[in-house]
Design a protein around this ligand. Structure first.
Ligand SMILES: Nc1ncnc2c1ncn2[C@@H]1O[C@H](COP(=O)(O)OP(=O)(O)OP(=O)(O)O)[C@@H](O)[C@H]1O
Ligand SMILES: [Mg+2]
Length: 493
């Protein structure tokens, strides 16, 4: 009985040993056992399949084809301190390709606790290494792109708007080093002092146009900001891209100014007519007073007062016309303010009233006097209306020439509750269908050389867009054209 039990447990023990030997053999990584002379005592199947080595070979020879022990050998460290050691090692395959391993060594002790051998386990990490390198390469590539995008790019904490990262261009565009930038909150770059409003605008918008930012040297730069929420190192962030539009705005201003000068030339005739009227009143009154004085005749006090009043009011009228011209020609940056669109239309038509009358063109005013205010730059808007009046005048002249006919420019204003709508239409030849999609392009003109530069409508389009409005053209066949401008009421006020 006892014998049977002893036999059974010995069978069990043998089975267990067999199991462990099998496990050792089948582990899906390289395992070897080396003695203190670095000679291989045992190895598993994966090692045999890969290196075909035999017991008694030096491990450095078997693994790497070396004649000497490896530098930084983890096995040596285990023999020295009896601890487990890790290392990352590289070698060359038979086909010349590089192979990377994680090597782990652990001591094997006898019953007295002395280290008699060590086990070495190697896991091939070549694939992971290659992926890591690919990742690093791609990170480097994106870092180079990030740094060299000509726009300034910022990564902001989406709560505090603190700058977490920025690209190289942001340094050169704003004059700060990256380190200085990272000390800042994005709202510090704004010229506007109302940081809370700016912060809520950034958090709620995807694009902010024409913002004034400040360079380190104190100068102002105009930027358009694009904002997209994202994640960065597991944090919620805003990726901000700022494109510097200062140069573009300066060029636009120069173009507007150039077109203004052309318009001023046109206005000069109108102004001459306009000035003629008050001047003749002043002349008549002053001649009358001079004559009476020369003849030593007295002038009745009432008459004298009426004459002086006439002179005074007409001097005022003349100065108003001159001031209007002076203000119109002033070079200025856009100043958006609350305005009454009818007032600006009146001013523009007044200048050309006389000139249009002489050419037999009637001006029909169908404005609604009860309109909400809009926001725009009144000077620039006047330029838009003048451009449209001059285009209408030219179209009518081209169609009718000196012949009498239905020559009319009609201006209407009304509101649909959301917009203030201005319409300027004429009874000229209309816009031919084939050029309808080109008329707002810069330098597009059908007028003869020296008459048109083709800038009027493209500049008008830009000005209306900057006021948040829209401008469309419609042609009523050969019976004239109509230009409609829509200004939003809600957004702007
Ligand atoms: N009311 C209109 N009727 C018919 N065609 C028009 C009218 N307004 C504009 N156009 C067409 O659109 C073109 C472009 O107009 P735009 O005002 O931009 O330039 P322009 O009048 O030719 O030159 P500029 O305004 O610079 O002196 C005109 O040449 C004309 O062909
Ligand atoms: Mg024009």
């Amino acid at each position: 009985m006892i014998d049977t039990i002893a036999n059974n447990s010995s069978i069990k023990f043998d089975n267990q040993i067999n199991d462990y030997v099998n496990l050792f053999d089948l582990v899906p990584c390289l395992i070897t056992v080396q003695d203190k002379n670095y000679k291989i005592l045992k190895y598993n199947r994966e090692f045999a399949d890969k290196f075909g080595s035999k017991e008694g070979d030096y491990c450095f020879k078997a693994y790497k084809g070396r004649d000497k022990k490896c530098v930084d050998c983890p096995l040596e460290k285990t023999f020295l301190d009896g601890n487990i050691h890790f290392d990352e090692q590289s070698g060359v395959n038979k086909d010349g390709t590089t192979v990377h391993w994680i090597v782990k060594t652990s001591p094997i002790k006898n019953s007295e606790g002395e280290i008699i051998a060590a086990m070495e386990m190697s896991i091939n990490i070549t694939q992971q290494k290659l992926l890591q390198e690919k990742l690093k390469k791609s990170e480097r590539k994106y870092q180079v792109i990030f740094n060299n995008i000509p726009n300034s790019v910022f990564v902001l904490n989406s709560e505090t708007l603190k700058i977490l990262d920025c690209n190289g261009s942001s340094g050169s565009n704003y004059g700060y080093t990256r380190e200085e930038m990272i000390e800042k909150t994005f709202t510090d770059l704004f010229l506007d002092k109302n940081k809370d409003t700016i912060a809520s605008l950034i958090k709620s918008s995807s694009i902010i146009n024409k913002v004034k930012h400040q360079h380190k040297d104190g100068s102002t730069l105009f930027v358009t900001i694009r904002i997209s929420p994202s994640e960065y190192h597991d944090r919620k962030v805003f990726i901000i891209s700022c494109s510097n539009i200062t140069h573009r705005l300066e060029t636009e201003q120069q173009l507007i100014q150039a077109s203004k000068l052309t318009t001023l030339g046109e206005m000069a005739t109108g102004v001459a007519h306009e000035l003629n009227q008050p001047l003749s009143v002043i002349k008549t009154a002053s001649t009358f007073i001079m004559k009476k004085t020369n003849k030593k005749e007295t002038i009745n006090d009432d008459i004298l007062l009426t004459l002086l009043n006439k002179i005074d009011s007409n001097v005022d009228r003349a100065s108003k016309i001159i001031n209007h011209m002076r203000q119109f020609s002033r070079k200025s940056t856009m100043e958006i303010e609350k305005i009454k669109v009818n007032d600006v239309l009146d001013r523009a038509f007044q200048i050309f009233n006389q000139q249009l009358k002489i050419r037999g063109i009637d001006v029909v005013n169908e404005t609604d006097n009860d309109l909400p205010v809009i926001t725009a730059d009144s000077n620039c808007l006047e330029q838009v209306f003048i451009n449209l009046i001059l285009n209408a005048r030219d179209a009518i002249e081209e169609k009718w020439g000196n012949k009498p006919g239905d020559k009319k420019i009609i201006f209407k204003t009304h509101s649909d509750g959301e917009h203030v709508i201005v319409e300027i239409s004429d009874t000229g030849g209309g816009i031919p269908e084939e050029i309808a999609d080109k008329i707002f392009e810069p330098f597009f003109t059908t007028k003869e050389v020296g008459k048109g530069t083709g800038l009027g409508l493209s500049i008008s389009y830009g000005i209306i867009k900057d006021c948040g409005g829209k401008i469309f053209a419609e042609s009523t066949g050969g019976n004239g054209a109509a230009f409609t401008i829509k200004f939003p009421i809600k957004d702007n006020i």
